[in-house]
Design a protein around this ligand. Sequence first.
Ligand code: ATP
Ligand code: MG
Length: 423
Amino acid sequence: MNFKVPRGTQDILPSETWKWQQVEKIIDTACDVFRYKEIRTPIFEQTDLFQRLVGDTTDIVQKEMYTFTDKGDRSLTLRPEGTASVVRSFVENKMFGYADQPVKLYYTGPMFRYERQQAGRYRQFVQFGAEAIGSADPAIDAELITLAMDVYKRTGLKQLKLVINSLGDTECRSAHKEALVNHFTPHIAEFCSDCQSRLEKNPLRILDCKVDYENPLIASAPSLANYLNEESANYFSEVKKYLTEANIPFEVDPTLVRGLDYYNHTAFEIMSTSEGFGAITTLCGGGRYNGLAEEIGGPSAPGIGFAMSIERLLLALDAEGIALVNESELDVYIVTLGESARQPAFSILRRLRNENIRSDMDYMDRKMKAQMKSADRLQAKFVIIIGEDEVAEDVVQLKTLSNGEQEKIAMTDLLQLLKNNLA
Ligand code: ATP
Ligand code: MG
């Protein structure tokens, strides 16, 4: 047999899954504290949804989607990102009618993009994202950014940089767009074919091109910052004030434009500044998307969201040399001597597990020495040793692996003693 995982995907093995679970726990706790509730949407959606909401001129829609036709002749797409589905669900389930606004949601799950595989870039990857829909208060922008920063901080990451920008509203965007078209049109032949088609549809995306980023015309392009109208400028300055209030350091980068078509006002990215990190340093991206719900027939519902992949978060931890704490270590390993101890051992195991004590025993009929080695390898906190004599006396030998001490414990005292020591 010669089967392998599809290119760009990976098996996450037990030696790694605990880290994922640990990160997911941190995410769930942070979201709980910030009062964001989990939403679970389907892994695939109608293809039109992404074309509409992510935008026809984006790399995602143009090059990266896994699109297929099902047996009912419908065009479906494996979700490349989470916001479109969340906004779809917000409109479809009339969440705009909920008494408490904004509606604050989060998700964690696999996304699919047909991309060239490299470190930190996979074809199936897991994103954690959060969305706050229904409010255009700059404080909610700051709250959401704080949530993203908090999740990283709770994992132990320190070398982070938050970069923010304002993309303005429709009015400033169209004035800026005109200036960009004038700037690039005389030289557009120097640019890649994608940029040539972006010129008419969405010239802002030229600034984000991964092919032409070194062309000096990109650095000299008219800056959006100079086109912000008063309302947009005020909004941006409020967001900055709230971030300062929350003690979140940031840098303003007027060239930051996000890859998705739907952003306006606040856009932000969080990068790792760790030296050990490879070429791709962006850990998280997000922004405001007023008007997105209307785009699919919903009411006006201003929103803001971000997404980060767990893969890049774990890479950043590695780069900083930070180890997550495994909270799921073995409490007790039971070593048996001789056939007559097996059933009593099995019954102790049952009682330990009823008390939520993480415990295990040998199922390979091995000698005592081999069982002790297992207990060591599995880093059990305690080892219970039970043989014929112990069974007869109704006791066990309890060994504490950290100091090697061993004592005889009456069966009736065992459970309480372990519970006290493990608490
Ligand atoms: P990039 O510029 O790296 O392609 P992007 O703008 O396409 O990123 P977003 O769509 O904003 O990324 O997704 C948000 C986050 O999801 C990224 O900051 C990154 O952490 C993660 N991400 C995006 N694509 C991948 C991928 N192929 N593999 C792993 N993580 C990814
Ligand atoms: Mg991308």
